[in-house]
Every structure is written in structure tokens, then in C-alpha cells.
Design a binder for this molecule. Structure first.
Ligand SMILES: CC(C)(COP(=O)(O)OP(=O)(O)OC[C@H]1O[C@@H](n2cnc3c(N)ncnc32)[C@H](O)[C@@H]1OP(=O)(O)O)[C@@H](O)C(=O)NCCC(=O)NCCS
Length: 214
């Protein structure tokens, strides 16, 4: 069993212990790699278009809490079938936006938050990612864009990009496979799989935010 598989099991069976370890390790990682993390965040803001309308992606800050809470409110329960990044109570979201080992990114369309991505940073220079799009914008290529965008940010930080994915989640799997794909590292409980993105395929330049499909 790898350390990640052990950690996942610990999270499932000893949630409070995992959370304490996560906080301690998280602050340590943020301290040790702060310079590279800041380097990535300094370049995080990118502009472009979605269906001809102005779009922007940038790192989220504590002041974005209301936009993020409002975004979650728009999502139907079914959208969380395979992925629930963290609790959605105000205090949970405040922690995500304030703690240095969470990197949260918002995708804005005409000023409205329509997509959310995050990294949780762990020891061993591992960045575990997640993506969540508004239901009105799925299926038009933004999942692929976010996959590349996160790989690019991860490359700047010098972190391995890993994820826990359910292979039944077809849009998630297909959107990664369309832009280079991932390696399977092992099985996790509850039908999940541990994956990693090959470092040599990670983009060196930010992907272009230009989505035209209806
Ligand atoms: C996962 C998610 C971010 C993907 O975003 P998206 O915008 O739908 O992705 P894209 O449009 O870039 O790509 C979707 C791909 O899946 C394919 N696809 C969509 N629905 C599918 C289905 N039911 N079966 C098979 N393939 C499917 C599309 O054809 C496309 O592949 P292609 O370009 O090779 O044709 C989005 O669906 C989402 O927010 N889901 C809910 C949250 C979630 O599960 N997140 C994943 C955890 S990391």
C-alpha cells in the first residue's frame, strides 16, 4: 500500500485524525515551498472568451467567499455524485480560501463565478486537484481547459499533480484523456482510483481560454 492509499483510508476511517495531520502537514508544505507556490499564483490570472463573452480565471481570495457560496447554491445535488471537494458551510469555505495549502481558482464569465478548481497540497510535493463547472457550461471544453490549466500551475510549482477519480465519471475521465491523459497509480476504496499526470506532458505555457462550442 502506498502512502497516498494509506492516507485515503485514514481519511475514510479516522476523519478527525486525518484532518489534524492534514493541517500540520499543509502548513509545513506551504512554508517549505512558498516561493514556488507564489510564483504559480502570480501568473494564475488569465483572460479569454467563452462563447464570445469575456472570461477570466484567477486565484480566489477570502473576499470571494460570497461568490463561491452563491456558485455552490446553483449546483444540483446530482452534480456532486462523484466529487465533493469539501464542506460547503461558510466556515469550511472560509478555511479553503484562507489556508495557504489550499489553492482555489475561480473561472468567471462576464464577472459571474461559473467554475471552481482547487489544489490541496501535501508532503512529497503532491498537489491533489478538483474541478467543478456550472451545469450550464459543461460539455463545451472547459473541463479540458481546466485540466491543462491545473497541470500548468502544478508544473510551475514543481509539484506532482494527483487526483482521486471515479472512472465511472465519464466527462471527467474523457476531458483529461483528451488533453494528454493520466497514469493510474492504484485503487482506492469506494470505487475510486489514484491518478497522476505525467510531468513531461504538463504544459509549459498557460492554455488559451477560448471556448466556442455551444
Ligand atoms: C468533470 C467536469 C469538470 C468536466 O467538464 P466538461 O466541461 O464537461 O468537460 P469537457 O467538455 O472539456 O470534456 C468532456 C468530455 O467528456 C465527454 N463526455 C461527456 N459526457 C459523457 C458521457 N456521459 N460519456 C462519455 N463521455 C462523455 C465529452 O464528449 C468530452 O470528450 P471529447 O472532447 O473527447 O468529446 C464537469 O463535468 C463537472 O463539473 N462535473 C461535476 C464535478 C465533477 O465530477 N468533477 C470531477 C472531479 S475532479
Amino acid at each position: 500500500m502506498t502512502i497516498d492509499q494509506f492516507a485515503y483510508k485514514l481519511k475514510q476511517h479516522c476523519g478527525p485524525l486525518f484532518k489534524v495531520a492534514e493541517v500540520i502537514c499543509g502548513y509545513g508544505v506551504a512554508f517549505l515551498h512558498g516561493k514556488r507556490i507564489r510564483e504559480a499564483l502570480d501568473q494564475a490570472e488569465q483572460s479569454g472568451t467563452i462563447r464570445g463573452n469575456a472570461a477570466r480565471i484567477r486565484a480566489l481570495v477570502p473576499g470571494d467567499i460570497y461568490a463561491l457560496l452563491a456558485f455552490y447554491e446553483t449546483l444540483p445535488e446530482g452534480h456532486f455524485k462523484y466529487f465533493r471537494p469539501h464542506g460547503f458551510a461558510r466556515r469550511d469555505v472560509e478555511k479553503v480560501l484562507a489556508r495557504p495549502y489550499y489553492l482555489a481558482y475561480g473561472l468567471f464569465l462576464e464577472g459571474e463565478l461559473v467554475g471552481y478548481s482547487l489544489f490541496k497540497l501535501y508532503p512529497g510535493k503532491k498537489a491533489f486537484f478538483g474541478r467543478m463547472l456550472s451545469t450550464k457550461l459543461t460539455g463545451c471544453g472547459l473541463g479540458k481547459y481546466l485540466s491543462l490549466y491545473l497541470q500548468w500551475q502544478s508544473r510551475i510549482m514543481g509539484f506532482k499533480m494527483r487526483g482521486t477519480i471515479n472512472l465511472q465519471n465519464s466527462p471527467s475521465v474523457a476531458s483529461h484523456q483528451a488533453v494528454g491523459g493520466f497514469e493510474i497509480l492504484g485503487d482506492l476504496p469506494n470505487g475510486y482510483t489514484l491518478i497522476e499526470f505525467p510531468a513531461d506532458l504538463m504544459p509549459t505555457e498557460p492554455p488559451v481560454l477560448d471556448v466556442r462550442l455551444e
